[in-house]
Design a protein around this ligand. Structure first.
Ligand SMILES: [Zn+2]
Length: 142
């Protein structure tokens, strides 16, 4: 079972490569695809990405899925699925709980320029304050 944190990271990473979320039905402003323009802002997720994530955690978009995949957000959070890394591109992908990647299911399969080590890689927001706290905690234990 994928955790909420994993699903959030999964979406954040693919949004950074330009893969939209397909919303079943329509969003309140009539879109059927959602792709935040910015995912990371400084050391945190962008307000736009957080707003999108809110719709997911509130259950409104639980049947949405990332373009190129068939697993809905709700399914990813069920016990059947896990999130693991693609054997080809190391991006987070849905994987059956047994660690089996079903063939051709990584959304990277239709990205001709991916994997590309010359492009900036998707990343997590850097929380420098948390990192500093970690360092301080480690130092205080010595
Ligand atoms: Zn891949």
């Amino acid at each position: 079972m994928a955790s909420l944190e994993q699903v959030k990271q999964y979406l954040a990473y693919w949004f950074q490569l330009g893969k939209p979320l397909i919303v079943n039905g329509k969003t309140s402003d009539g879109r059927s695809k959602v792709l935040p323009q910015a995912v990371i802002q400084g050391d945190r997720y962008s307000p736009e990405f957080e707003a999108c994530w809110q719709h997911i955690t509130s259950g409104a978009w639980k049947s949405s899925y990332l373009e190129g995949t068939i697993q809905t957000i709700e399914e990813l959070l069920s016990s059947q699925w896990d999130i693991s890394s693609c054997a080809r591109c190391a991006m987070p992908v849905p994987m059956l709980g047994l660690g089996v990647q079903t063939s051709g299911e990584c959304p990277c399969s239709d990205l001709p320029d991916w994997p590309n080590t010359e492009l900036p890689q998707p990343r997590d927001p850097i929380n420098s304050r948390r990192q500093l706290t970690n360092i301080r905690d480690r130092l205080s234990q010595i």
